[in-house]
Design a protein around this ligand. Structure first.
Ligand code: IMP
Ligand code: MG
Length: 177
């Protein structure tokens, strides 16, 4: 285990297996459609890379870069769009792919903004969900794992931009926060 972690929540095999079944759930919903998958960067890049290879539907990709945290473990509640989408989503089936839903402020803000662009449908897939921390009115359509109220890193998730390349999900030990 990485020395800055206090525990492993999900190992590589467990995550890989769930990503496969999530892929099947998503495929079933988008049968006969060509969804646009939008990765919310930076956190979702590892998940999206694995998830897209678990899909058989005909999909396209785009990315949104947002920042809401600074280098802390609490959401500021203020969401900044660092890079907007590069395509027009009007009339498209859009699936936002997120690493984790915590307070929900980030996703709520993104959904409100994207709804104004008149997509055919708008859904959210998050790999990890901390429902006990929710403060904004938002629910994901596809959820990989529910997790307790702990600050986690790895598999794309960071603390102060570190630990994204750890291949499993672990809890950051208090000495390193
Ligand atoms: P929210 O706006 O509070 O829902 O926060 C969403 C964003 O905060 C996620 O996309 C993550 O980038 C980050 N985040 C929330 N919880 C964690 C965590 O436990 N570890 C690492 N990043 C987190
Ligand atoms: Mg982050």
């Amino acid at each position: 285990m990485h020395p800055h972690l206090s525990e492993i929540l999900f190992d590589q095999q467990t995550i890989a297996a769930r990503v496969q079944t999530l892929g099947a759930e998503i495929d079933a919903v988008y049968q006969g459609k060509s969804p646009l998958l939008v990765g919310i960067l930076k956190g979702s890049f590892v998940f999206l890379a694995d998830l897209c290879r678990a899909l058989t539907c005909d999909c396209r990709f785009d990315f949104l870069i947002v920042s809401s945290y600074g280098d802390r473990t609490e959401s500021s509640g203020i969401v900044k769009i660092v890079k907007d989408l590069s395509v027009n989503i009007e009339g498209k089936d859009v699936l936002f792919v997120e690493d984790i839903l915590d307070s929900g402020f980030t996703m709520r803000y993104i959904m409100e903004m994207m709804q104004l662009r008149n997509p055919a449908s708008l859904r959210v897939c998050t790999l990890f969900d901390k429902p006990s921390r929710r403060r904004a009115d938002i629910q994901a359509d596809f959820i990989g794992f529910e997790i307790p109220d702990k600050f986690v890193v790895g598999y794309g998730l960071d603390y102060a931009q570190k630990y994204r390349n750890i291949p499993y999900l672990g809890v950051l030990s208090p000495d390193h926060v």
